[in-house]
Design a protein around this ligand. Structure first.
Ligand code: HAM
Length: 435
C-alpha cells in the first residue's frame, strides 16, 4: 500500500488542478456574461471580515454562525472571520462606500471562495466557490423575479436538465411575529415528538423547524400552519406579483410553503433552485431521486439597516460552483478535437533554440497558439511530445535551418514536409490554420 504524503490539503478543501480549471472558467464565463447583460458590476470584498459582521448579518441563530465559521484573532486583537457567504460583505461595502448616492438599484456580482466548517460530504465542502448577485435599493417585486430568472438562465445556458425553482414568501416583521406565535403553540403541543435540535429551535427560531430534514419532524411539519395563509396584505401582494413576473418570463416554479432558508436576514421572497439526480443504487431505493440545491437566495429588506445603513430594499442569490461543476463533469464528453494544439515548435542545437525563442514571440504577438519544449534537446523526444499533444503541424528548426534562415513544416496528418523561409513562418502558418 502506498504511504500517504505527510502533507495533504485540509479536510473539505481541494486543489483545483489544471485539468479542472476549464470547468471553473466555463461556469465563470457563463455567469459573468449573463450578469453583464443585466448590468451587474463586479465587486471583490476581502476574504476576511470582522466576525461581528456575520454574527449580526448572517444571524446569531443560524448554523453558519453557531457552528461553521472559521474565526481568528489577529496580533492586534481584532476578531476576524473567513467569509462564509458574500451578502453581509456586499451590504457592508454598499454602506461604507455611500452607494446609496448612486442611481438605485445598485447591482453587484462577486465570484470567489467561501469557508464553512461543514461535515464534509459529496457537494459539501469547507472551502467552496459561489457566484453571487445582489440588487440593493429596490423594493419592486420585479427584481426578485429577475434574480431568479438570471440563475435559471445560467443553469439553462450550462445545459443542465431537470431544474426546479422552489419559491415561498416568509413575510416581514408585520406578519411574521403573529405566524411565529401560531407555530410555537403548534410545535409546543407536539414537542416530545420532535428531534432535540428542533426542540431548541422552537425557542430560538421556530421557522427553522419547518426546514428540518428528520423524518419525524417532517411528519409534524406537514400539518403545521402555513405562513402563506397568514401574510399581511403588502407581503401577499408582493409575492403574487413576483409569481406573475415569473409566469411572464416563463420561469417554471413550484410553491413550497415550508421553504424558509437557513439565514436570518430574509424577508418576503425566498427561493432555492434544485436539480434532481438519480440516487446511487442501494442507498435509498424508495427515493430514486435526490434533490441537490444549486442556487438559493431571497429578499432581505432589513439587512442594510441592521448593519448601520438606512432602510433599503434588497434581493440577491448565489450559485454553488462546485456543485455545478460536478454535474458538468458527469455529462458525456464531446468528441475530442483531433488536434488540441495546432502547432508544435521543435528545435535542435543552440542557434536553433535562440531563433526558436524569437519565432515563438512572433507567434505570440500574432495570437497563434504554439507549444514547445525548449528544455528538451532530443529531437525524438520533442516529436513524441508533438504527437502526444496532437499537434497538426510541427515546425522543425535544426542547426542547418538556423544557419540558412529556413524552417521545416511537417504536416502531421499527411506526413508531408516542406521547407520555407523562416521569416515567412508566421504568415504561412496563419494561412494553413485558416484552411
Ligand atoms: P446559501 O444557500 O448558503 O446562500 O448558499 C447558496 C449556494 O451555495 C447553495 O445552494 C449551494 O449550491 C452552495 N453551497 C453552500 N454551502 C456549500 C458548501 N459547503 N459546499 C459547496 N457548496 C455550497 C447564501 O450563501 C446566500 N448568501 C445567498 C444570497 C445572496 N442571498 C441573498 N443574496
Amino acid at each position: 500500500m502506498s504511504k500517504k504524503p505527510k502533507f495533504q490539503s485540509p479536510t473539505g478543501m481541494k486543489d483545483i488542478l489544471p485539468p479542472e480549471q476549464k470547468y471553473f472558467r466555463k461556469v465563470f464565463d457563463v455567469c459573468e456574461n449573463i450578469s453583464h447583460f443585466y448590468n451587474f458590476k463586479r465587486i471583490d470584498p476581502p476574504i476576511l471580515e470582522e466576525t461581528e459582521l456575520f454574527s449580526k448579518g448572517t444571524g446569531i441563530t443560524t448554523d453558519i454562525v453557531q457552528k461553521q465559521m472559521f474565526n481568528l484573532k489577529t496580533k492586534g486583537g481584532d476578531y476576524l472571520t473567513l467569509r462564509p457567504e458574500f451578502t453581509p460583505s456586499i451590504v457592508r461595502a454598499y454602506i461604507e462606500h455611500g452607494m446609496k448616492n448612486l442611481p438605485q438599484p445598485v447591482k453587484l456580482y462577486s465570484i470567489g471562495p467561501l469557508f464553512r466548517y461543514e461535515h464534509t460530504q459529496a457537494g459539501r465542502f469547507r472551502q467552496f466557490h459561489q457566484f453571487n448577485l445582489e440588487t440593493i435599493g429596490e423594493n419592486n417585486p420585479v427584481v426578485d423575479a429577475q434574480i431568479i430568472q438570471i440563475f435559471y438562465n445560467i443553469l439553462n445556458e450550462l445545459k443542465l436538465k431537470k431544474i426546479t425553482v422552489e419559491i415561498n414568501s416568509i413575510g416581514d416583521n408585520q406578519c411574521r411575529p403573529y405566524y411565529k406565535k401560531l407555530l410555537v403553540s403548534y410545535f409546543k403541543s407536539r414537542e416530545s415528538s420532535l428531534c432535540s435540535d428542533c426542540r431548541r429551535r422552537i425557542r430560538e427560531n421556530p421557522l427553522r423547524v419547518l426546514d428540518c430534514k428528520e423524518e419525524k419532524c417532517q411528519r409534524i411539519v406537514s400539518q403545521a400552519p402555513q405562513l402563506i395563509d397568514h401574510l399581511c396584505e403588502e407581503c401577499h401582494k408582493h409575492f403574487k406579483e413576483v409569481l406573475e413576473f415569473l409566469d411572464e418570463v416563463e420561469v417554471p416554479y413550484r410553491l413550497n410553503p415550508y421553504l424558509v432558508r437557513g439565514l436570518d436576514y430574509y424577508t418576503k421572497t425566498v427561493f432555492e433552485i434544485f436539480i434532481e439526480e438519480k440516487t446511487p443504487k442501494k442507498t435509498v431505493p424508495e427515493e430514486p431521486f435526490l434533490k441537490i440545491a444549486l442556487a438559493a437566495g431571497g429578499r432581505y429588506d432589513g439587512l442594510v439597516k441592521l448593519l448601520g445603513g438606512e432602510s433599503t430594499g434588497a434581493v440577491g442569490g448565489a450559485i454553488g460552483i462546485e456543485r455545478i461543476i460536478s454535474l458538468l463533469k458527469k455529462k458525456p464528453a464531446k468528441p475530442k478535437k483531433i488536434f488540441s494544439s495546432p502547432i508544435f515548435l521543435a528545435q535542435l542545437g543552440n542557434l536553433a533554440k535562440r531563433k526558436g525563442l524569437k519565432l515563438l514571440e512572433e507567434f505570440r504577438k500574432s495570437k497563434i497558439q504554439v507549444r514547445e519544449s525548449f528544455g528538451r534537446d532530443s529531437l525524438k523526444a520533442q516529436l513524441k511530445l508533438a504527437d502526444k499533444i496532437g499537434a497538426r503541424y510541427t515546425l522543425l528548426l535544426g542547426q542547418k535551418e538556423a544557419l540558412e534562415g529556413t524552417i521545416v513544416i511537417r504536416d502531421m496528418k499527411f506526413g508531408k514536409q516542406e521547407t520555407i523561409k523562416l521569416e515567412k513562418a508566421v504568415k504561412e502558418m496563419r494561412k494553413r490554420l485558416k484552411k
